[in-house]
Design a protein around this ligand. Structure first.
Ligand SMILES: [Zn+2]
Length: 306
């Protein structure tokens, strides 16, 4: 009887130890312990609001991706938006009035409050529930590389192949490499044509010198313009894109009489996740983790401790 009692005690002790070990491992998985509140600068109103990180993500996904997209694409966007925000906070990047983040798409991510979303989309009130579901089902999840949140860049439409960070910003980042994308051809930005007059070209060179001599002198392996020469002036593909407000630096130039015809592929810098591609993958049955692992290389998805 005494031996049986000792056996029970030993078994109980082992069970308690195993539970303790399991909880410790779970705790290690949750690599970041952070206040889930953020300060967001609203550039239009020039004021800062404080809101929970997950509420901010709802407003960011609503502003950054069409709510008509597949739920798995919205979930992928939620993880991107959360990771992007967290990376900014960890890097101590400060916005006006000392805010952690801003709703300015030129320096951060877009954001729309649920109230403003409902006002702009009075017929689609249930859509915000669909977005909230995507955020809830990925709650706290972020992408990490070597245990650090990644710089989760994304763009609208790549046009058939994403671009490496090295080719856009001359900084090689292991998880931001170029991948083929056959999923975004439903985007209206997949291929676009714009016609400029030669007087518009004057804005490129600041001289307005005519006739304009313009040609692409170097391309990236994906096909984007790396360097463009305009009347002996060298511009990077991204500079040229910004000056003419082109959708992409993946372009083809044709000069005809006093016109410059530009055929562009895609919309955005082309680095990281292609949003229309994410939707295309989801339509083919891919889950959000598969989507993220396709556009970002060698990353892991971890859950924040909250
Ligand atoms: Zn794409």
């Amino acid at each position: 009887m005494k031996i049986k009692f000792i056996k029970i005690i030993v078994l109980l002790t082992i069970c308690i130890l195993l539970i303790f070990l399991f909880r410790s491992c779970q705790h290690k998985e949750n690599i970041i312990h952070d206040d889930p509140y953020i300060n967001l600068y609203l550039s239009g109103e020039k004021r800062v609001i404080k809101l929970k990180l997950e509420d901010y993500i709802i407003g960011t996904v609503a502003a950054e991706m069409p709510a008509s997209f597949e739920i798995e694409a919205l979930k992928a966007q939620a993880v991107c938006a959360r990771t992007y925000a967290l990376r900014k906070i960890i890097d101590s990047h400060k916005y006006p009035m000392g805010a952690d983040l801003a709703d300015d798409i030129n320096t951060c991510q877009a954001y729309i409050s649920p109230e403003e979303f409902a006002r702009r989309h009075p017929q689609q009130r249930d859509i915000i529930k669909k977005i909230s579901k995507a955020i809830h089902e990925t709650q706290g999840e972020i992408m990490v590389y070597k245990n650090q949140p990644i710089d989760a860049l994304y763009h609208s439409t790549c046009g058939g192949c994403t671009e490496s960070a090295a080719n856009v910003w001359s900084t090689d980042i292991s998880y931001l490499q170029s991948v083929k994308c056959e999923y975004c051809n439903q985007s209206r930005y997949y291929s676009t044509v714009q016609v400029f007059s030669t007087s518009d070209i004057g804005t490129i060179t600041n001289s307005g010198k005519l006739p304009v001599d313009i040609k692409i002198t170097a391309t990236t392996p994906s096909g984007r313009a790396k360097k463009i020469m305009v009347n002996s002036e060298d511009l990077s593909g991204e500079q040229f894109r910004r000056i003419l407000q082109l959708p992409s630096s993946w372009l083809n130039l044709q000069c005809a009489d006093d016109k410059l015809i530009i055929n562009s592929r895609g919309y955005g810098h082309g680095v990281g996740m292609c949003q229309y591609g994410a939707n295309g993958m989801a339509q083919k049955g891919k889950k959000y983790r598969q989507i993220l692992n396709y556009y970002y290389q060698d990353i892991q998805i971890k859950k924040l401790d909250y």
